[in-house]
Structures are given as C-alpha cells and as structure tokens.
Design a protein. Sequence first.
Length: 172
Amino acid sequence: MLLTLLTFDKTLFLWCNRFQHQPVLMRFFRLVSRTGDGYLYALLAVLVWWAKPAHASDFVITGLLAFLIEIPLFITLKKSIRRDRPCVGIEGALSTIVPADKFSLPSGHSAAAFVMAGVIAGFYPLLALPALLWAGLIGVSRVMLGVHYPSDIIAGAALGLSCALLAFSLPL
C-alpha cells in the first residue's frame, strides 16, 4: 500500500514537472508561491488590526498562537523525516526555484498558508472558501515549481489546519 502511494506521489509529481518549460505558467506559480513567503501574513495581520473589524485582536493573537505552534512542529518534522526534495531525489526532475532548505516533508509554505486560511475561516467564515483555495494554490505552486511532492503538500495542509484548530481551542 505504501509503495503504491509513493509511486502515485512520484508519478503525479513527474506529470506536474513536465510543465517546467512553460515560462508563463512558471512565472504565475512563482508569484503564487511568493504570496506564501510570510510577508502577506504579517501585512494581513497589520491591516486587520488597523481596520479594527470585529474580533481584530483575537484574530491577530490566534494567528500568532497558531504560528507559534506550527513553526517548531514544522522544523522538527522536517529534520526528523529528512525526505529529499523531488528535484534531488528524482533523476531528471527540474526545479524552477532554489528551496530555502534541503528537505521536503512537510511543505512549510503549505503549512503556513493553511494556518492562515484556517484562522481566516474561523473568524470570517464568508472568506473561508477563497482563503482555502488560495492556500491550496500555494501548495500546488510548490509542486509545479519542482520543490515538493504532492504528499508534502497534503502533510503541510494537515499540519497547518491542525495548528489553527489547536490555536482556536486555547483560551485567549
């Protein structure tokens, strides 16, 4: 069963990786990926704080708590699992960008994007679908750019949403 999942993971990655020679598509996915670098999360927190909608301070505090939970877990998992990135582990696989670290599981961009999407969804339910779609697109971008397997994205999404849920369960 595990071998079948790993084979599917590699096959899906390779299918996505064949688009590396499409410059317009790769520019789009680089731009999407950059929205998950962290700057936008900080900017969003500042804008929410400044605009003072209902629950603005709770939104910012819950987001900070979720990231305080997610970041150490993400780092620990990456260092423990030590899965090579597909552009290293698969001969002939291409990467459009240089990743920030050596290992791929879980995807940090996906984890952070789903933390943010989970917090947005929890406070502003009308924005849940766009936030989750945006987080999912960040995950897809990481596969398309050649630095993650699809399962890395799924693991990052699960980690991020779990951390957001945990942050909501903590008393403020």
